[in-house]
Design a protein around this ligand. Structure first.
Ligand code: PYR
Length: 396
């Protein structure tokens, strides 16, 4: 697996920079000229100007989703700290632009609203997906309609009204993988949106495999410390305009302090992903041999075939099915934090049927292939022996 982490080449403009270097420096190119080391934190809600005509023209541009990097006017239109995070994330994903939101669900909502507004309200969604994403898509709350399909069936579910294909790879919570390039080719010209929350651009860059956009719950690995909530979409400038239009009028903006924390989190993303993935791979191997575990879900475990050259390593999430009482296991851990969410420096464990995917009804969960005895573990930076000791005692 370590060899694969050396796969650091990038399709973006500054191709000479490895992902590790990019993660540290992205969005900071002007700091030395500004005489700063850390990025400035801009908490302004409004931006003064004595030129009303220029303000009106800029507001027209923001209403159309254009952002030329000039004065923001009002923090719902733009914010300089949030822009830095957006620039950095776009550099890491290899996209023209990125647009940040208050949460991952706000980001997905904006994507759906933009497609509905474009007159393409039908979505083909590859299950499984995060429970609330599944619920949002199934409810049609935002004027969309959704056909759920497997990755194989997805192309045949596309109709003239289809404006989007949504897929998570690896998927929440079963870690199933879909071939992005294959899906994008088969569904073209319909844009494919890859939720890249589990892999992060440190391990997987879906735009290089034909995806039109990636979506993140930035709350997870991008922030990395369980103390900041946000969402972000990396995409073309054209689609970013549609998203900014939605964001400007609906107001689901990322708070500047959250933008600052997320930008800071990016610097350590590759090193965190590497260390946490190594721990996850080891725990997955050990769980496979545990008598209280009937099945382990981890990309590439036990020689399972995977989409070629898509993801550098298996990531830091593990899911496993237990022979005993799944909720009881959550109550029995002592070191691992029993909590929903993922991607933090501390390990988190939860029971999808009770929490992350509880909002789905049992039939939808079954259709998505989410067993009731499934446990999801987000592996943090603790020593793997300590984590194993905790899991082992909890499984007894
Ligand atoms: C999860 O735990 O899957 C969330 O996104 C909250």
């Amino acid at each position: 697996m370590c060899e694969k982490y050396a796969m650091d080449s990038h399709t973006g403009s500054a191709a000479y920079r490895s992902v590790a270097t990019r993660a540290v420096h992205a969005g900071k190119d002007d700091l030395t000229d500004l005489g700063l080391h850390a990025p400035p934190l801009d908490l302004s809600t409004t931006y003064p100007s004595r030129d009303a005509a220029a303000e009106a023209a800029r507001l027209d541009a923001f209403t159309e989703g254009k952002d030329d990097g000039g004065p923001p006017i009002y923090a719902r239109a733009a914010n300089t700290t949030v822009r830095r995070f957006e620039q950095a994330l776009a550099e890491l994903e290899g996209s023209e632009a990125s647009v940040a939101f208050a949460s991952g669900m706000a980001a997905l909502s904006a994507v759906l609203l933009a497609r509905v507004a474009a007159g393409r309200p039908h979505v083909v969604a590859v299950r499984p997906l995060y429970g609330t994403s599944d619920h949002l898509l199934e409810s049609g709350l935002l004027g969309n309609t959704t056909t759920f399909a497997s990755a194989k069936e997805a192309p045949s579910a596309v109709t003239d009204a289809t404006g989007l294909v949504v897929v998570e790879t690896p998927a929440n919570p079963t870690l199933s993988e879909a071939g992005i390039q294959e899906l994008a080719d088969a569904c073209a010209p319909v844009p494919v949106c890859v939720d890249n929350t589990f892999a992060t651009p440190a391990l997987q860059r879906p735009l290089a495999h034909g995806a039109a956009m990636t979506l993140h719950s930035a709350t997870k690995y991008l922030g990395g410390h369980g103390d900041v909530m946000g969402g972000v979409v990396a995409c073309s400038e054209e689609f970013a305009r549609a998203l900014r239009q939605v964001r400007f009028v609906t107001g689901g903006v990322l708070h500047p302090l959250a933008g600052y924390q997320l930008h800071r989190g990016l610097a350590t993303l590759p090193v965190r992903m590497r260390a946490q993935s190594e721990g996850a791979a080891e725990l997955a191997r050990r769980l496979l041999g545990h008598p209280a575990v009937s099945r382990v879900h981890y990309p590439g475990l036990d020689g399972a075939s995977r989409p070629a050259d898509q993801m550098a390593g298996g990531g830091a999430m593990v899911a496993f099915e237990v022979t005993g009482d799944a909720p009881a296991l959550i109550g029995a851990v002592r070191l691992i934090t029993p909590a929903v969410s993922l991607g933090s420096v501390d390990s988190l464990i939860q029971h999808p049927a009770s929490i992350s995917h509880h909002i789905m009804d049992a039939a939808s969960r079954a259709d998505a292939g989410i067993p009731e005895n499934l446990i999801r573990l987000s592996v943090g930076l603790e020593d793997v022996e300590d984590l194993w000791a905790d899991l082992d005692q909890a499984l007894r």
